[in-house]
Ligand binder design. Structure first.
Ligand code: ZN
Length: 137
C-alpha cells in the first residue's frame, strides 16, 4: 500500500499556502493591503506599512529586473548540493515589490545585476510549484 506524500505546506501560514496555490496555477501574485494599498512579499498576515490584517491578492506581470544576487557554491543539504553552483537572487518586479528567488535557464557566470527577467514556474521534488526567473526574451 502506498501513502500519499506529505503535504509540503502542512504547517505553512495560510498566506503562504495561498501564494503557492496561485503559483501552481501559473499565477504570480503579491498581497495588496486593503487599508493603504501597499504591496508586499513574502506572504504574511499584516501590512508592513500600517499593520492592517486586510489584504487581497494582486496578479503580477511576472517581469522585473535582477536587483542583486549571490552564487552559492557549497551546501551540505543533499537537496541543494545537486544544484551547485546556483544563484539566490533578489528580483524587483515591475510592480515595485522585491522577491527573493532563484534563477533558471542561465549559467551563474552570465548573471548580471539589472538584467531583465521573467517568471517561470518549476515544481520541486516535494510537489510545490515555485517561481523562479529567467532572462527575459
Ligand atoms: Zn497597509
Amino acid at each position: 500500500m502506498t501513502q500519499a506524500p506529505p503535504d509540503p505546506l502542512l504547517n505553512a501560514p495560510q498566506e503562504a499556502r495561498e501564494f503557492y496555490e496561485r503559483c501552481a496555477r501559473g499565477e504570480l501574485a503579491v498581497q495588496r493591503c486593503s487599508a493603504c494599498g501597499t504591496l508586499r512579499h513574502y506572504p504574511r498576515p499584516h501590512c508592513t506599512r500600517c499593520l492592517s490584517s486586510g489584504y487581497t491578492w494582486q496578479g503580477c506581470s511576472g517581469r522585473g529586473t535582477l536587483y542583486t544576487f549571490t552564487v552559492i557554491r557549497q551546501n551540505l543539504n543533499p537537496r541543494f548540493r545537486e544544484r551547485l553552483p546556483y544563484v539566490v537572487a533578489v528580483v524587483e518586479l515591475d510592480e515595485g515589490v522585491r522577491m527573493v528567488t532563484g534563477l533558471a535557464g542561465i549559467d551563474a557566470a552570465h548573471v548580471d545585476v539589472g538584467m531583465p527577467v521573467e517568471v517561470v514556474f518549476e515544481t520541486e521534488p516535494d510537489g510545490r510549484t515555485v517561481p523562479r526567473f529567467r532572462p527575459a526574451a
